[in-house]
Ligand binder design. Structure first.
Ligand code: ADP
Length: 265
């Protein structure tokens, strides 16, 4: 099926949505909701894939540290998901936009019947100009939280899977950094930003390290894996700085921002 040129999946990570102490970064969230609403006005269909439930929940529950035990992570996710959606609903509402929640686990994308349901729901929401907000179903699907069996990996992979199902033409991954560098800039101050990638090969993968913050979980490895999947379906993938959601307008204007991984035809 041909890709829908005006359909964009945007993924936002925990380290963009929360501050160092785990508080929700309201300013960032508002800027994001405003930019996404503005893009909708330009005629784009948008799907938001949002992380952050566990961090936001842990903060709200006043846990002294990030929960380590699975059941506590799931409890935090359950509290945090509600808080996140409450805020998205409120902030998007300020811009006259409606949102709908979709929570997914492995089976939903692996079993064809469930996959069809997912696609139908996404289409129905978009047809009605409602912005779908997708997250992994952390409070139920333990494989997503337990690191060794992750399919979605802090939603980077999930965002690529959603982009493929939705026939999006672009996947924009908002991170806490300008884009993909030739090495981790937090370890190597001389690292250079790579603005365009045609081929995600092993060489490139070796330049990708794990997460720099204790809130982000995926780091660049999972973003490259997501980019590999999406580009193999012809989808352009961009990694850009989530602190500047207005960059989405530049992407719409086809300006060079962050790192572009070119979709293969
Ligand atoms: P997010 O919550 O936005 O997904 P992550 O912390 O998971 O953020 O991933 C981004 C981090 O990945 C960067 O802040 C950086 O510390 C780390 N990183 C590792 N290798 C690279 C690289 N080659 N280029 C850019 N960032 C890198």
């Amino acid at each position: 099926m041909a890709l829908s040129k005006k359909r964009i999946v945007v993924k936002v990570g925990t380290s963009t949505l929360t501050n160092e102490n785990g508080d929700i970064n309201i300013r960032e969230m508002d800027l994001l909701c405003r930019a996404l609403s503005g893009m909708e006005n330009l005629g784009y269909d948008l799907i938001l894939v949002s992380s952050g439930a566990i961090a936001v929940g842990a903060n709200k529950m006043r846990l002294a540290q990030k929960p380590k035990e699975l059941r506590m992570k799931q409890a935090a996710a359950s509290v945090g998901q509600l808080e996140l959606m409450h805020l998205y609903d409120k902030l998007f509402g300020e811009y006259n936009r409606m949102v709908g929640q979709i929570l997914l686990s492995n089976e939903d994308v692996q079993i064809p019947e469930r996959r069809e349901n997912l696609t139908n729901t996404l289409e129905a929401l978009l047809e009605n100009h409602i912005i779908p907000i997708v997250n992994e179903n952390d409070s139920i699907s333990h494989t997503e939280i337990e690191s060794d069996q992750k399919l979605f990996s802090d939603n980077d992979k999930l965002s690529a899977i959603v982009a493929v199902f939705a026939n999006a033409s672009k996947l924009v991954i908002l991170s806490d950094i300008e884009g993909f560098y030739d090495s981790n800039p937090h370890e190597n101050p001389g690292a250079k930003l790579i603005s365009r990638v045609e081929e995600i090969d092993d060489n490139l993968m070796r330049n990708a390290g794990g997460s720099g913050s204790n809130r982000g979980t995926g780091g660049m490895i999972t973003k490259l894996e997501a980019a590999k999947l999406a580009t193999s379906h012809g989808i352009d993938v961009l990694i850009v700085n989530g602190q500047k959601p207005e960059l989405l307008y530049d992407i719409a204007d086809k300006k060079v921002v962050g790192t572009l991984f070119v979709g293969k035809n």
